[in-house]
Design a protein around this ligand. Structure first.
Ligand code: NDP
Ligand code: MG
Length: 401
């Protein structure tokens, strides 16, 4: 670890998690330095971040964007070096100077750099849940072999991490939940914007309605996932890998206020929970400073104004995506990778107005059905399954329209 402020690499700096990370870091310049940032399409935002934080490296996907960003930075006398392409993402995630990597790219696109950071033994602040859905076993093996410290940023997993025994949370693969005295992990779900919407009106949901989450402000893809409950399905798979948790020991419960971020139920009847105002800067600050605590700029929780906390069972009939995710992890092999890829295609086409909200679970189920033969879990097989699922989903959409 370097002397002085820790060098942080933010993969996906222009996104919702990326922006919240920059906000927390800016509150603690003596502790953290933005060493490298990446983005995909938001060129102006990348320039602004570079001018404010002066990272050593900035990575963007395509060469044309890199050229225009480099020109703008040069004109402003900013010394940030601009790189482009997937290899450059891996280079900044594994650079020897980097102490911590915030993995906040959305989707399977974030997997290669996140996996590379795990192999390089970095402290990883893991927001990109799709990496675990696509390649959970490989990712956990890589982190364990290199000694990489994993700090879950997803609020539910961060809550569970905080509620688990310390010895367990740091070495889940050397023990089991049961030997640690844990009966089950309870993942809370807000239920999303359509929790109470009648089944017969779900087909007419518009993208604008779907991205308006009642409690959290997030990127568009995860907002749609939250509305379909696929987000909770991805999170069950995420919890399965992160905490070495058999799926039978993971329960999902709807909690519309999003105040309890998740819970751990122990054998003696104790239930440990982590509560807070729904603001991603809390888990981000936790991940950055672990095991210390630092200010995050988050509004203190006001229990009196919240007054009541409610709980209900998830409705798998109106929101079949959650059931599809449970089925995929039970099937194992490359099936979660197929589920994830089909979902990414479905969300993209839903957001573009090309398929209906209710077609998201239909597309996922049909794609999993057609791609069911893959059982190998090598990286090549998983990436091939991801590609096959994407082309299968596209063909299905083509046939539907
Ligand atoms: P956003 O859509 O807000 O941001 C995504 C980031 O990824 C942006 O920086 C974007 O760049 C970049 N990006 C998009 N596509 C690619 C690509 N193909 N290659 C490289 N970079 C790309 O997403 P969020 O911040 O909401 O979510 C990020 C991750 O964190 C997701 O995996 C999500 O599930 C997870 N997460 C998010 C939470 C939240 O509150 N937002 C909560 C829990 C988990 P650009 O903007 O320049 O196009
Ligand atoms: Mg979450």
């Amino acid at each position: 670890m370097s002397v002085g402020p820790q060098n942080v690499c933010i993969l996906g700096a222009t996104g919702s998690i990326g922006q919240s990370t920059l906000d927390v870091i800016a509150r603690h310049p003596e502790r953290y330095r933005v060493f490298a940032i990446s983005g995909a399409t938001q060129v102006e935002k990348l320039i602004q971040i570079a001018l404010q934080h002066h990272p050593r490296y900035l990575v963007v996907l395509d060469a044309a964007a890199a050229t225009s960003i480099a020109a703008a930075l040069k004109a402003a006398h900013c010394l940030t070096e601009v790189l482009c392409g997937a290899d450059a993402l891996i280079a900044i995630a594994t650079a020897p100077e980097v102490d911590a990597v915030m993995a906040a790219i959305v989707g399977a696109a974030g997997m290669p750099a996140t996996l590379a950071a795990a192999k390089a033994g970095k402290r990883i602040l893991l927001a990109n849940k799709e990496t675990l859905v696509l390649a959970g076993r490989l990712f956990m093996q890589a982190a364990s072999a290199s000694g990489a410290v994993l700090l879950p940023i997803d609020s539910e997993h961060n809550a569970i991490f905080q509620s688990l025994p310390e010895s367990y949370r740091e070495h889940p693969y050397q023990q089991s939940l049961t030997t640690a005295g844990v009966d089950k992990l309870i993942l809370t779900a807000s239920g999303g914007p359509f929790r109470t919407r009648p089944a017969e009106t779900l087909a007419s949901i518009t993208p604008a309605e779907a991205v308006k989450h009642p409690n959290w402000s997030m990127g568009r893809k995860i907002s749609v996932d939250s509305a379909s409950l696929m987000n909770k399905g991805l999170e069950v798979i995420e919890a399965h890998w992160l905490f070495n948790a058999p799926v039978a020991q993971i329960e999902v419960i709807v909690h519309p206020q999003s105040v309890i971020h998740s819970m751990v139920q122990y054998r003696d009847g104790s239930v440990m929970a982590q509560l807070g105002t729904p603001d991603m800067r809390t888990p981000i600050a936790y991940g950055l400073a672990y095991p210390e605590r630092i200010a995050a700029g988050v509004k203190p929780l006001d229990l009196l104004s919240i007054a009541r906390l409610e709980f209900e069972a998830p409705d798998l009939e109106r929101f079949p995506c959650l059931a599809h995710a449970f089925a995929a992890i039970a099937q194992g092999g490359a099936t979660p990778a197929v589920l994830n890829a089909a979902n990414e295609v479905a969300v993209e086409y839903f957001l573009a107005g090309a398929i209906r909200f209710t077609q998201i679970p239909e597309l996922i189920a049909a794609t999993v059905e057609q791609c069911h033969a893959v059982s190998d879990e090598s990286l090549e097989a998983l990436l091939a399954a991801d590609q096959l699922a994407r082309s299968t989903a596209l063909q299905l959409i083509g046939r539907w329209s």
